[in-house]
Design a protein. Sequence first.
Length: 188
Amino acid sequence: MIYGCKDWKNPEAFYIQTNNPTEDILRKSGLVNYLETCGPTAAVNCLAAMGRNVRIDTPGGYLPQPEEILTDFFNDPRNYPALQKERPDIKPTDYLGNQVPQYYPLAIKEVFGCSASFTFADWNRIVDYLKEGMACQICFVKPGHFVAAIAYDDTAKEIIYNDPMGKFHARLPEAQQGNIKNYCIYYH
């Protein structure tokens, strides 16, 4: 049996990072390893798979990509005091905010009005969240890369995830659980 978020099967609830404005700015500036928005894109994939509204409206009608607005929140100096409270041991001026998992719950609330929580978690806890219909933003050890875990295949013992690099419904077998960092951001 497959357990998953409300819209885990919906391809319209899938976002990729390779078309984000920040990625294009970094690419144009000549950086070789410029891909940076996997975290915000994974977060938006989690919210979309849960059926949450991630649409950003502007007065003129332009529809910015929601993951771009989330990226902006993390790296807007006006938000640094609030981010500092979420992780007092580091300075927001020294890190790209989208790389700090503890910042996500605050950013998700401020940008989308939704709930998320950071927790230390192992494979079993992540599977429990998925079985409860929640999405989990997880991070691979190699490469250091955020993805959106959106379903669990109980028969195959695999997490189904959307990869911001463009893979819809990729699978992570239980045998590869050692490649997941020991935390997640779960969306509820």
